[in-house]
Design a protein around this ligand. Structure first.
Ligand code: HEC
Ligand code: HEC
Length: 381
């Protein structure tokens, strides 16, 4: 056989085989693949799962010079100024809006600036400190590098889905949102859930912690409780509202990262849907406490490493003893407030101090809010 013809034959058969390799993915497979796809970041080095790692309850486990308070994006050396939150139970957060009392409620990101999960994804893909794609056209090009994506997108969203980058973004977002809304993200398998179903008996310490949490003594439920009933199976341990709890600035990354000095964490006041900026400064959406024992560091600025510090911090609104004024992680006083306007002193001064036995009880309770799949991550120290 003529060698050129032979080579041509091999080439053609490979082209045919190659074409056969592009296979139709289910919508669920697509959503999962996109969530894990590092090609959707500027330098092809990170995916959603990098900062929201499923084996770590969807937080960012990567060590960095800021003690994991904030995360590095696709571009080397670029960090955001917020802690990567767990995505467990995120799909249960209501869309951004105003409730019957006129209070802002729901929305995505700590300041609710993404009104729903779809718009959250579009922001992340093009955020310079996160996935940092240049523009929607670049996203479209990256999607089209994958033959399975092309076939599947055209099948589910129409042959013209790639004609307009905005349509491509919407398709990508809807697939990832469907994945994030699936059972893997909202497991309801914690010991607390099993207790509510009568399948687990609380230990003495856990029971005391539960009573304390829902009592006026601790007043955690003033903000970390949404339903009428204390045994609601869907309890997310948040009112989904915005409060300024007067957190200290996180000097660690402000000192080391010039970018942070330019953009202080103003919270809700940075949300473009919010008109009354003055009364919104420093307010952040109350996070769910499900899986909280395994999702540190804590707070929007990742200022606390330990759960006990996050709880101890609330004491300084109630007592002025020196211990309450000291941050046990630094053994110094709490640093100045990030935003001193609008601190929710009314709600924060209602409780009594939590230390000693009460601290042990409350932590025992918060630990049982951990889904079974993540219980092995609980640090007993
Ligand atoms: C570089 C790390 C990083 C990457 C990559 C990243 N995120 Fe995030 N994510 C964050 C941080 C930090 C926040 C909080 C930002 C804020 O509140 O301003 C966040 C917030 C969110 C929220 C809102 C959660 C809430 O409680 O309001 C969702 C949902 C989310 N990310 C999903 C995604 C998806 C989907 C992707 C991939 C398209 C992704 N993230 C990629 C770091 C990251
Ligand atoms: C005034 C309302 C309010 C009260 C009362 C309150 N919290 Fe919070 N809590 C918040 C808000 C808002 C945040 C997020 C603050 C931020 O990041 O700026 C938060 C954050 C937390 C966090 C960190 C969660 C994370 O994932 O980073 C923990 C833990 C916590 N609260 C536990 C408690 C406990 C335990 C009590 C009772 C002793 C309590 N809270 C009382 C509003 C409140």
């Amino acid at each position: 056989m003529n060698p050129t013809f032979f080579l041509l034959l091999i080439f053609l058969s490979q082209a045919v085989l190659g074409a056969e390799k592009s296979s139709l993915m289910s919508k669920q497979q697509l959503g999962t693949a996109l969530f894990f796809d590092a090609n959707l970041s500027a330098n092809r080095n990170q995916s959603c799962a990098t900062c929201h790692n499923p084996s770590q309850a969807f937080v960012d486990p990567r060590e960095n010079k800021f003690a994991r308070a904030v995360s590095e994006g696709s571009i080397d050396g670029r960090f955001g100024n917020r802690n990567s939150p767990s995505l467990t139970y995120t799909s249960k957060i209501p869309k951004f809006g105003v409730d019957i009392n006129g209070d802002y409620r729901g929305g995505f990101f700590y300041d609710g600036r993404a009104k729903d999960m779809q718009s959250q994804i579009a922001i992340t893909l093009f955020n310079k400190n996160e996935m940092a794609l240049k523009n929607p056209q670049e996203l479209l090009n990256r999607i089209k590098e994958n033959n399975d994506y092309i076939l599947s997108f055209e099948t589910y969203f129409g042959a013209d889905v790639f004609d307009d980058p905005d349509r491509t973004i919407k398709a990508v977002a809807s697939l990832i949102v469907a994945y994030e809304s699936g059972p893997l993200f909202s497991l309801f398998t914690s010991r607390y859930d099993r207790y509510l179903k009568g399948e687990y008996v609380l230990s003495d310490l856990e029971e005391k912690g539960r009573n304390l949490f829902f009592s006026d003594v601790a007043n955690c439920m003033g903000c970390h409780h949404s339903s009428q009933s204390q045994s609601d199976q869907n309890e997310l341990f948040t009112d989904h509202k915005y409060h300024n709890i007067g957190l200290p600035v996180n000097q660690t990354y402000i000192d080391k990262d010039a970018l942070q000095k330019k953009s202080p964490n103003l919270g809700l006041a940075r949300n473009t849907s919010v008109k009354d900026k003055k009364t919104s400064m420093g307010k952040f959406r109350t996070p769910s406490l499900r899986n909280v024992a395994v999702t540190g560091p804590y707070m929007h600025n990742g200022i606390f490493q330990e759960l006990s510090t996050a709880i101890h911090f609330y004491n300084h609104y109630i007592v002025t003893r020196e211990t309450a004024l000291t941050n046990p992680e630094t053994m110094k006083g709490w640093l100045k407030n990030e935003t001193s306007e609008n601190i929710a002193t009314d709600l924060l001064q209602r409780g009594q101090p939590i230390s000693g036995e009460r601290m042990k009880e409350l932590i025992a309770f918060l630990r049982i809010l951990t889904d079974e799949e993540y219980e092995h991550l609980i640090n007993d120290g």
